[in-house]
Design a protein around this ligand. Structure first.
Ligand SMILES: [Fe+2]
Ligand SMILES: [Fe+2]
Length: 303
């Protein structure tokens, strides 16, 4: 159900939950003996469930599991599939460097095992979502070979009705983390050439384990933080520090002429302030001027 709108912007045409780097282990084992990856994923699903049917897609940009174990893939699926079903959202999986193509195919896609790249295309009410596999079997850096680039070029040759969102694990964006440079995506010049002049409106990425954004080949790039654990950008230069906190996912609101991405912290947290839907309904019954008096007028502090 759509919430009332009282401002100049309409509701987004599409809402996408962008999750990344869930990194589950067999048996729900804590990552590094510390990070409760299952609990964090369940909490993410519980938060997204509050949006009701307002989700059109859930995109998971890779490192779905930490070691490519079948049990870990099943657990992620068990958490996210009911959410997708309840919200009416389509669920998209993107390969990461920690994933294994064969198990990814059998456990998430119900396909036969194969070590070929796991690319995919879907149409979500006119909006095209392309999943591009940037993984390199046996390694943690990313790369795109000629075959993958040619596949992408073929897919993008025909524009989609509402444009394309490209989802890939290794985001083509700078990072201040020197050690992550070693694990960056190779072949970015060739990718830029393929994307030039296409209808790609946004690139979704992961891999960095912190929420960030930038531009690539004139296209905005949004990297979701990890649900598993966070890389601390305030660590000493040269250090790569993964911490058990600061987890987040991203909501992508797609409009006819723009895209807005917003980072959502994964709780739980104490409530500081809260207004209910009844208040919104009350405001909707007022004139625009009355709304400003009711909700915008400054009042002396109460305490
Ligand atoms: Fe990761
Ligand atoms: Fe990664």
């Amino acid at each position: 159900m759509e919430a009332l709108r009282l401002g100049r912007y309409p509701a987004a045409r599409w809402v996408i939950a962008h999750l990344s780097d869930t990194h589950l282990l067999d048996g729900g084992t804590r990552l590094g003996g510390v990070a409760d990856t299952v609990g964090s994923l369940e909490r993410t699903a519980a938060q997204l469930a509050r949006l009701g049917d307002r989700l059109d897609a859930i995109v998971v940009t890779g490192d779905v599991t930490d070691l490519g174990e079948t049990d870990a893939y099943r657990r992620v699926r068990e958490v996210l599939e009911p959410l997708a079903a309840a919200s009416g959202a389509e669920l998209f999986w993107v390969m990461g460097n920690h994933d294994e193509r064969a198990a990814f195919r059998t456990e998430l896609l119900d396909e036969r095992p194969s070590d070929e790249p796991v690319h995919g295309v879907a149409d979500v009410a006119g909006l095209r979502i392309v999943a591009l596999d940037t993984s390199v079997p046996g390694y943690h850096h990313g790369a795109l070979d000629k075959t993958s680039l040619a596949w992408l070029e073929r897919v993008l040759a025909e524009p989609a009705a509402a444009g394309t969102i490209l989802a890939m694990h290794h985001a083509p964006i700078a990072t201040p983390l020197s050690l992550m440079d070693v694990l960056e995506l190779q072949g970015q010049d060739e990718l830029a050439e393929v994307l030039s002049g296409t209808d790609v409106r946004l690139i979704l990425g992961g891999h960095l384990h912190y929420a960030t954004n930038g531009m690539f080949a004139g296209i905005p790039v949004s990297v979701a933080g990890a649900t598993a654990y966070t890389m601390d950008l305030s660590a000493r230069p040269g250090e790569l520090l993964g911490i058990d906190g600061g987890r987040s996912f991203t909501l992508v609101h797609v409009f006819d002429d723009s895209v807005v991405t917003s980072v959502v912290p994964i709780g739980p947290f104490p409530t500081v302030t809260s207004f209910g839907e009844e208040f919104l309904t009350e405001l909707a019954g007022l004139s625009p001027e009355e709304r400003l008096e009711r909700f915008s007028r400054k009042r002396p502090p109460t305490a």
